[in-house]
Design a protein around this ligand. Structure first.
Ligand code: CA
Length: 169
């Protein structure tokens, strides 16, 4: 009796550790839409079904504002990023726009390490319906940093990034 429950416990622990170790555990994505965040907070943007392939013919837009916009920046890190590759990203794509630039990403070219000019950005993910090609998609984190506490924030960033880093096969 005791032996049986002990085995259940051990198997359970192994399963939990195994899931966490590959850095791809299921995490709830921020719903599409408009969101407000505060300095020091982090949001997670993911393609649907991640880490399984995303759907075709799908669109999701996240508009993120960190208050106060004028004294903050958004910092992006994507430990996992894989969209269908195409010329000019005509097929599936992630568009990241801030008040300075609008950049289109696809394949394994990701917005990682990008820092927006202020505390506002709009992320638009599109997948097309041509030839039914999808990929694993992405998991991106967005941090809001208060510009006035940059040195403190950078220390936090380094440790967090290492921790979240994905070793993809
Ligand atoms: Ca596609």
């Amino acid at each position: 009796m005791h032996g049986f429950w002990w085995s259940v416990l051990v198997v359970g622990v192994v399963l939990v550790v195994g899931t966490a170790a590959d850095g791809e555990e299921r995490v709830t994505s921020l719903p599409c839409g408009t969101h407000t965040m505060l300095p020091g907070q982090r949001l997670t943007l993911q393609t649907p079904n991640f880490p399984s392939n995303y759907d075709e013919n799908y669109r999701c837009q996240w508009e993120i504002t960190c208050t106060t916009m004028e004294t903050t920046t958004l910092r992006i890190a994507c430990p996992s990023f894989q969209l269908e590759s195409s010329t000019n990203c005509d097929a599936d794509r992630l568009i990241v726009a801030d008040h300075e630039a609008r950049v289109v990403y696809c394949g394994t070219n990701s917005p990682s390490n990008r820092i927006t000019i202020n505390g506002w950005a709009r992320f638009t993910f599109w997948s097309n319906l041509v030839e039914g090609t999808t990929a694993r998609g992405f998991r991106c984190f967005v941090w809001c940093d208060d510009i006035t506490t940059t040195s403190t924030t950078l220390t936090t960033t380094t440790s967090t990034t290492t921790e979240e880093e994905c070793v993809c096969p």
